[in-house]
Write a protein of this length. Structure first.
Length: 278
């Protein structure tokens, strides 16, 4: 890096940091404006955007519906994070962390809020007894890989993705640092998938639903335009796994929900019935 930085004794927020998300990054929490959230007719109200974390949940809902679980119907409302929708008072009441996705289950009294994508997957899996093993050892393996994804992805998104794809300039030190970690993570996945069809064994689970939008999309070049840079084909087992998951009809449907970028035929800003995706 050409310039060096000497940190002050006490850091103060004096200017935007630069980059794509500079206008919404701030060192405090809480609502910045009053705005109520809309509520539709279905039991589950999802407030989200088709980022990897958002796609996890829409895939989960579509997989549940594909199994014939009609009680898993949902409304998916668009949260434009670039416009600061996540800082509205209604959204903050559902997720005090002001991050998408956020879920409000209005089938309970009072309504149940769930935030953090992994928590939402777990909540829905338990509620509908689907995509989560019941045998203790198998369940522990599944949960281990689910939490692995939750702990690992910040290095991929906030680290590698930011400095490789979004930062206003390219700097070698952070790119090298986070590339090394992401490739280590990909090797962890590849070694595991050399012996298994899915992350936790023979069955498709919430661990796969959580991990595909991050690591599958990465290697299939749907994210950060980095597959060549990362030598994606060297992780043959992960590519095989990701390709199989991407071909699932419910995954194809879930990837479109709350999507407002990319090819027009892939976009669906809001979803309120199955017909919206047909």
């Amino acid at each position: 890096m050409a310039d060096t930085y000497t940190p002050p004794k006490v850091w103060k927020w004096v200017s935007e940091s630069g980059g794509k998300f500079a206008s919404i990054n701030r060192p405090v929490s809480g609502a910045t404006h009053d705005k109520e959230l809309p509520v539709g007719e279905h039991p589950h109200q999802l407030y989200s955007l088709a980022t990897p974390n958002g796609v996890k949940v829409t895939i989960m809902f579509e997989e549940l519906l594909a199994r014939g679980i009609k009680e898993a119907e949902y409304d998916a409302w668009l949260i434009r994070i670039g416009d600061g929708d996540q800082f509205g008072s209604g959204f903050v009441s559902v997720n005090p962390n002001s991050k998408i996705p956020a879920l409000l289950d209005v089938s309970t009294t009072p309504p149940t809020r769930v935030f953090e994508s992994g928590a939402i997957l777990f909540y829905l899996a338990e509620k509908f007894d689907a995509f989560l093993p019941t045998e203790p050892a198998a369940r522990a393996e599944c949960m281990s890989w689910l939490f692995w994804q939750m702990g690992s992805a910040p290095y991929l998104g906030g680290g590698f993705g930011h400095f490789y794809h979004y930062a206003p300039e390219k700097w070698q030190y952070p790119i090298d640092r986070f590339t090394m970690e992401v490739k280590r993570q990909l090797d962890v996945l590849d070694r595991n998938l050399a012996e298994r069809r899915f992350l936790a064994g023979d069955d498709y689970t919430v661990a796969d639903i959580a991990t595909y939008p991050w690591y599958g999309n990465l290697l299939l070049n749907n994210q950060y335009e980095a597959s060549e840079f990362l030598d994606a084909q060297s992780y043959a087992n992960v590519v095989r796994w990701a390709t199989e998951i991407e071909a699932r009809p419910a995954v194809k449907r879930g990837r479109r929900v709350n999507k407002v970028t990319g090819p027009e035929e892939m976009q669906l800003a809001e979803r309120h019935s199955a017909a919206d995706l047909d």
